[in-house]
Design a protein around this ligand. Structure first.
Ligand SMILES: NC(=O)c1ccc[n+]([C@@H]2O[C@H](COP(=O)([O-])OP(=O)(O)OC[C@H]3O[C@@H](n4cnc5c(N)ncnc54)[C@H](OP(=O)(O)O)[C@@H]3O)[C@@H](O)[C@H]2O)c1
Length: 246
């Protein structure tokens, strides 16, 4: 059994890769930087996990097409790689205080290109490499604005990703395919993306390890989850309409 995790070199992606690897999957470590990807392969191998680096840069479609040409019989694709805004390498970019008015077109374009267009291109490129019962998993976030949660670039790109999840699910169902596509919302997780610490906000912020295990439990569920958006506690989100939640 084989799983490809994008952005597997750190954060939630690394822990999903590790958790799937511990449950017997051969892991394709998707990373945009070869050195970081190979270092991850070595870390996983030290835990007796079978892992191979594969170059996945969501901003470079050639890398996605080349990766698709190298992959076959893929059972699980986890679309984890993502950014919260026009990110500068090496620093967290999720700025929850940033006003909607302060987002630039460049912020929106960069985030949309990575989280939505790159992910779409990867899924499309890998369709012929998936097994008949393959699962495609999109890691996502809540999209309705609240007092503390209204990062325009991030939630706009994830809203587009969620629509894609549903439209692919519709097509799979309509054609009688046994493939599934679903979203997982891990909740707040302490990673470089937000610079938070595990246990912060009264324990609300999870460790990447907890998020990885929780996501893996959902991914490996026997249930048909096609078209679902599933929260970290296993709850299926049924009120996923965009609305002001002030
Ligand atoms: N942290 C949270 O609270 C939280 C909550 C809900 C959902 N999520 C989602 O979880 C996913 C992982 O986030 P994280 O928190 O683990 O963040 P992270 O630690 O910053 O990891 C992000 C990963 O995505 C990769 N990446 C970024 N841009 C890429 C590109 N253009 N091509 C390929 N890979 C790229 C990064 O690679 P480099 O190391 O090369 O930069 C890194 O491996 C994201 O989709 C995020 O939206 C996070």
């Amino acid at each position: 059994m084989k799983a490809l995790v994008t952005g597997a070199n750190k954060g939630i992606g690394f822990e999903i890769a590790r958790s799937l690897g511990k449950r017997g999957y051969d892991i394709l470590v998707g990373a945009r930087d070869e050195a970081r990807g190979q270092a991850t392969v070595e870390k996983l191998a030290a835990e007796d996990i079978s892992a191979t680096f594969i170059n996945i840069d969501l901003n470079n479609f050639d890398s996605l097409h080349a990766a698709a040409n190298m992959v076959n019989s893929l059972d699980i694709l986890v679309n984890n790689a993502g950014i919260p805004d026009s990110v500068k390498p090496g620093r967290a970019a999720l700025d929850l205080a940033k006003l909607t008015f302060d987002y630039t077109t460049e912020d929106l374009r960069t985030t949309m290109e990575t989280n939505f267009l790159g992910t779409h291109e990867l899924i499309k490129s890998l369709l012929s490499s998936l097994t008949d019962n393959a699962k495609i998993v999109n890691i996502t976030v809540p999209i309705s604005p609240t007092d503390f949660w209204h990062p325009l670039a991030y939630i706009t790109s994830k809203a587009a990703l969620n629509v894609m999840t549903l439209t692919y699910a519709y097509e799979f169902e309509k054609m009688g395919s046994h493939r599934q596509i679903f979203g997982i919302m891990p909740g707040a997780v302490a990673t470089d993306l937000n610079g938070m610490e595990a246990g912060a906000h009264g324990g609300f912020v999870k460790s990447p390890e907890a998020a990885g295990q929780m996501s893996t439990d959902i991914i490996l569920s026997d249930k048909n989850q096609n078209g679902q958006i599933i929260q970290y506690d296993g709850k299926i989100v049924t009120d996923y309409e965009i609305q002001l939640r002030g």
